[in-house]
Design a binder for this molecule. Structure first.
Ligand SMILES: Cc1cc2nc3c(=O)[nH]c(=O)nc-3n(C[C@H](O)[C@H](O)[C@H](O)COP(=O)(O)OP(=O)(O)OC[C@H]3O[C@@H](n4cnc5c(N)ncnc54)[C@H](O)[C@@H]3O)c2cc1C
Length: 481
């Protein structure tokens, strides 16, 4: 399996097509370092006693040992292990691990390419299987570019004033297709070896050209990666693990980009709109299942900060504090439980054997997590007091002059907790509550995996509300057929 050094070496050799704040940079740019460090954990931790059994599994196609971030789920246990691995590994990075988008896209493609090949005769699944072999053998870091620019939200793709506002096929050639359009907000695209593209939404019969899915190396010709990188403000006196990680999102622009046939998994041919729509929904489903691992992890981290700051302040046994901690535990464990239920209620796709987590449990879990994220931050802000927002800077706190001594005296809370530990904790709370990267992570907590209404739509579509009305009529003694 690949090492983090090999991953870095590959990234550093990629062509510079990343644009950050006016510069065209290669992947060695310091602004990408925090996010690269995050991904590296998925390679380094295969040797960690706590994680190795979760991170390493066996490929169902080659029978060789592979990193689970490249695995196609074959059993309930695979889904459970992916979820547990995600929750555990995110504890070490303080947030997102960036590798689930790629594996979620690959799992959804296993199903859609099988169905599309069976129903159209086009060799989509054969191409994808060849690509999967390459993906697993080389332990590929991929991202998923799903969210289109979308233009006027009240209009469908084919109704937009500019048809390029959703990625589409603009030309078919013997050897491949030409695509045009842009995907917004794509996590890790600037540090991914491969970019996998899927449609955003359900498509109609006028929208076959938008039913396009493919994979290309991140530095492919005709692809611009316009990137926003967020990093923790570096510490001078108090280095800490959380300070090492970053976050990175990219607007991925396809400027009449050529995609060779062997990398096209859905080519926008007549009648293919239905596969495009299914693919959009399936990727979202797998991704929401991944959220039932990473969001409990975020809540664990916030809970830990809440409990520790309460301990340092001497309020941990207060009733209102205990009640808030119980609320946080309930969110973490309910979201996690929904992922477990989704795995146990999973079905095996009849065309290819990939396990599909239960959509209802995935969606209610993701909805509960998204709804609560800002509330969790509110709890942290409440229990921390105002200091995350007003904490003196490091150079003043550690000053050799009189102000250093005075600040260390007046930051004290419980007598047995050293001033430096209180400062370290509050620095980290500042990162979560008052920094640029903290803001990015908060918005991701709401919109990542689809904005909240998308979960509502999925939930309402599947739920038998009429059956509940029947119960109501029965209990109220109202006649019904
Ligand atoms: C940090 C971060 C990381 C992300 N990472 C990825 C990634 O790796 N890959 C990826 O593909 N995407 C990614 N996303 C995108 C994410 O899935 C989208 O942000 C989300 O789907 C919302 O889309 P939008 O941002 O275009 O907002 P909009 O769609 O503009 O949503 C704004 C509001 O408009 C409403 N709305 C939109 N359309 C309609 C409609 N037709 N009818 C009624 N209401 C509507 C929404 O419900 C919402 O309330 C990421 C987002 C963030 C913030």
């Amino acid at each position: 399996m690949k090492t983090s050094e090999e991953y870095r070496a590959k990234l550093y050799n990629m062509k510079p097509n990343v644009y950050i704040d006016g510069d065209i940079v290669n992947r060695k740019d310091n602004r990408l370092e925090g996010s690269i460090t995050t991904i590296c954990k998925t390679f380094d931790m295969i040797n960690d006693p706590e994680l190795k059994d979760l991170l390493v599994t066996t490929s169902h196609i080659s029978n060789e040992k592979i990193n689970r971030f490249t695995h196609i789920h074959q059993t309930v246990d695979d889904l459970l292990k992916k979820q547990e691995m995600t929750r555990k590994i995110c504890h070490y990075t303080g947030g997102c691990i960036f590798r689930c988008m790629g594996v979620d896209a690959m799992n959804s493609l296993s199903i859609i390419t099988s169905k599309a090949e069976m129903m159209t005769g086009r060799p989509y699944n054969q191409r994808w299987l060849k690509y999967l072999k390459y993906w697993q053998k080389n332990d590929i870091v991929g991202c998923c570019a799903q969210t289109d620019a979308k233009g006027d939200r009240s209009l469908r793709p084919h109704q937009q004033a500019d048809p390029d506002l959703y990625v589409r096929v603009v030309e078919e050639r013997e050897d491949g297709i030409i695509v045009r359009g842009a995907k917004n907000h794509i996590t890790a695209a600037a540090i991914a070896e491969e970019i996998i593209v899927t449609p955003t939404r359900f498509l109609t019969s006028e929208e076959d050209k938008y039913a396009v899915s493919f994979a290309i190396p991140g530095d492919w010709d005709g692809v611009y990666l316009v990137t926003r990188a967020s990093n923790m403000k570096q510490r001078e006196h108090i280095p800490c693990p959380a300070g090492a990680f970053g976050d990175v999102e990219t607007t991925v622009i396809f400027d009449d980009t050529f995609i060779p046939n062997d990398r096209v998994f859905l080519g926008g041919a007549p009648g293919e709109h239905q596969f495009g729509g299914w693919l959009a929904l399936l990727f979202a489903l797998y991704h929401r299942h991944s959220y039932t691992g990473c969001k409990p992890s975020s809540t664990d981290i916030i809970l830990g900060y809440c409990a520790l700051v309460s301990e340092y302040s001497g309020i941990e046994n207060q009733k209102h504090v205990q009640s808030k901690l119980a609320d946080l535990i309930s969110v973490a464990e309910l979201v996690y439980a929904s992922g477990i239920a989704a795995a146990y209620k999973a079905t095996k796709d009849e065309t290819c054997g990939t396990m599909i987590p239960d959509p209802m449990f995935c969606n209610v879990g993701r909805k509960h997590a998204g709804k609560n994220y800002y509330h969790e931050l509110e709890t942290l802000a409440d229990l921390s007091g105002g200091l995350p927002a007003t904490l003196p800077f490091e150079k003043d706190f550690f000053s050799e002059e009189r102000i250093g001594e005075l600040l260390q005296k007046y930051i004290k809370r419980k007598a047995d907790v050293p001033a430096e530990d209180i400062y370290k904790l509050y620095r980290t709370l500042s990162d979560v509550l008052c920094s640029s990267i903290g803001g990015v992570i908060s918005v991701a907590g709401v919109h990542g995996g689809g904005s909240p209404v998308m979960e509502d739509i999925a939930i309402l579509k599947q739920y038998d509300i009429d059956a509940r009305k029947k119960i109501a009529r029965y209990l109220a003694g109202i006649k019904y057929d």
